[in-house]
Design a binder for this molecule. Sequence first.
Ligand code: SF4
Length: 226
Amino acid sequence: MNTALDQLAAQLEEWDPLDILRWADKTYGVGLVLASSFGAEDMVLVDMWIQVNPHPTIFYLDTGLLFTETYQLIRRVEQHYRVQTIRVATSLTLEEQAGHYGEALWSTNPDHCCTLRKVQPLQQYLADKTAWITGIRRDQTVQRRHAAVIAYDARYHLIKINPLVRWNERDVFRYLVRHQVPYNPLHDCGYPSIGCMPCTHAIKPGDDPRSGRWAGQEKTECGLHL
Ligand code: SF4
């Protein structure tokens, strides 16, 4: 069935990401939030949204296992753009997690680890929001191949907006360089996709850009976008 939202998605498909953000900001107001891992795509969105709204709501999921470079980038972003980011995290400490489920749950059961440390905190945070922005691109994974610019996110019960779905990695880095946007230095060290330390590894030139995430396992998504 072709719903009004599908028609809107078809319309927005032709729009520039900055115009999509401008429209989203105007349409959803204070209920609109940006989920940022401070990866390259999210840095594009941070830079763009701030052009539209100097007080955007930017949050990140702090699993307690992010790279030092990521934590440093968060502080740098806050200083550079003069914004305060929102830390979203489970109250379950890593020690408690190990006590309940065993050491290194990310190795024995990464799906459960992601559920505890990412999906559940995200569900709680999004519960009173009306729309969230993400940096997913269609060319990143098979699961993202049919992502729309805008859709109803039945899992979290709000609108999901993906302004960069049509972009590729080159578009992203071209923007970062052209606009002198701060980005995670790990991107220059073989990490095209950066998540938690235990589940992210450097890749070699020519490898699948997502192959450094959960290497050696079937898992390709943390569950946030499924
Ligand atoms: S990415 Fe790895 S360490 Fe992070 S929450 Fe998921 S399984 Fe746990």
